[in-house]
Design a protein around this ligand. Structure first.
Ligand code: PSV
Ligand code: MN
Length: 386
């Protein structure tokens, strides 16, 4: 059986990074529903992220997206975060929202557009130097819509060239995290569509390049935990973007659609030693119809629950059953852990950390949401893309 004190301290020291864009208004291409009290600038997004950390105790950093979170003084932003009890985490680059990028960014057929895109990525590394952020997360919307539109091989060459220039610019303690996505916004071909492509580029780049697994970026039925196990085995799993999906990249609350899948993923993380390694556990999600701060608190709790269950797997009993070919017992060991109600354990962990055992309830009772609605009046609310 797993050592209860080790499980307890692993849960108390877990760190989950929240996304600045999750605090802004968001929606679908049909409608963005504005909500009261939504932040108007990066500073207010950080204040919201600090609230999530205050109530959960395990969300000490917030990821920034550039240019959505562009400010004049990043060192000042970092000290503002510190004053609020959090830190700045991953810097996410954005080469997908300008007219110039219609045919792609780092894979664009024209050298001038590729230059513009790579310059933006280099600017993101400058920002990392100012904020003290360790990770640069790259997701490219690059791809084509029609067969024959561009040369698939050449696009890979352009990608490799752009990535190499950025990799060279990284400091000793900085990493390049490459994220893949099956499709969208390109529909015929995507330049980094899967973990294999991301892995191949990262392998060529070197040790400071690793792959990001965004749980929403796979075809239905994909065995994501197998990808996690494989990348961990190869030392190439750099980070997670957690979210939930029913159909495509729905960006719903992590653990909401398929908590069993999240458990299986976290089990492979635990099994592969990833829980104590350098993997960045991030959320990448938006809250279109629900209140944002409590939804992010809920998502953090969902990741904690999946982690707790994964830590509770009796690995000795599992290995024994697996080696003796006892299919039923092996499956039962895993299911026993999954079916454990870990809420009392997590409540005890929170109480031990001086927190309310019920973070969503405590946030609601604090009246903070009403305070935000009353105080954040006027100005332009932040949204996905601003
Ligand atoms: C792309 O779908 C993605 O998952 C990337 O991580 C982006 O940075 C993020 O979503 C934007 O919300
Ligand atoms: Mn993502």
């Amino acid at each position: 059986m797993p050592d209860p004190s080790a499980v307890y301290s692993a849960l108390a020291t877990q760190q989950i990074e929240t996304p600045s864009w999750g605090y802004g208004n968001s929606g679908t291409r049909f409608k963005v529903f504005a909500q009261e009290g939504v932040p108007r600038d990066p500073w207010e997004k950080l204040a919201d992220a600090a609230k999530v950390h205050e109530f959960t105790g395990v969300a000490p950093t917030v990821a920034l997206h550039i240019p959505w979170d562009k400010v004049d003084d990043y060192a000042k932003l970092a000290s503002f975060a510190r004053e609020h009890g959090i830190g700045l985490g991953t810097i996410n680059a954005n080469t997908f929202q300008e007219d110039a990028y219609r045919l792609g960014s780092v894979c664009h057929p024209e050298a001038a557009v590729r230059r513009k895109a790579v310059d933006h990525l280099l600017e993101c590394v400058d920002i990392m130097d100012a904020t003290g952020s360790k990770d640069l997360k790259l997701w490219f919307a690059d791809g084509t819509n029609y067969p024959g539109q561009d040369d698939l091989r050449e696009r890979q060459d352009r990608l490799a060239e752009g990535l190499a220039e950025v990799y060279e610019r990284l400091g000793d303690d900085q990493r390049l995290l490459l994220e893949y996505k099956l499709f969208e916004p390109a529909f015929y071909s995507t330049d980094v569509p899967d973990w294999g492509t991301a892995y191949a580029h990262c392998l060529k780049l070197g040790d400071k390049a690793q792959v990001v697994v965004d749980t929403g970026h796979h075809a239905p039925g994909t065995n994501i935990e197998f990808i996690v196990a494989t990348l961990l085995r190869e030392g190439k799993l750099g980070a997670f973007d957690f979210n939930s999906r029913f159909y495509a990249d729905d960006d719903l609350m992590a653990g909401a659609a398929d908590p069993f899948q999240l458990f299986r993923i976290m089990y492979e993380v635990v099994r592969g030693g990833g829980f104590t390694s350098d993997i960045a556990f991030m959320l990448d999600q938006c809250h279109n119809i629900e209140a944002k701060i409590p939804a992010i608190i809920r998502s953090v709790m969902n990741v904690q629950e999946a982690t707790a269950k994964a830590l509770l797997v009796d690995r000795e009993a599992l290995a024994l059953a697996q080696r003796s070919g006892d299919v039923l017992d092996a499956n039962a060991v895993l299911m026993d852990a999954y079916n454990t109600d870990v809420r009392p354990l997590l409540a005890a962990v929170r109480t031990g950390m001086g927190l309310d055992p019920d973070p969503v309830g405590a946030y609601r009772r604090s009246g903070w949401q009403e305070h935000l609605a009353a105080s954040r009046v006027g100005g332009t609310q932040a949204g996905w893309g601003a």
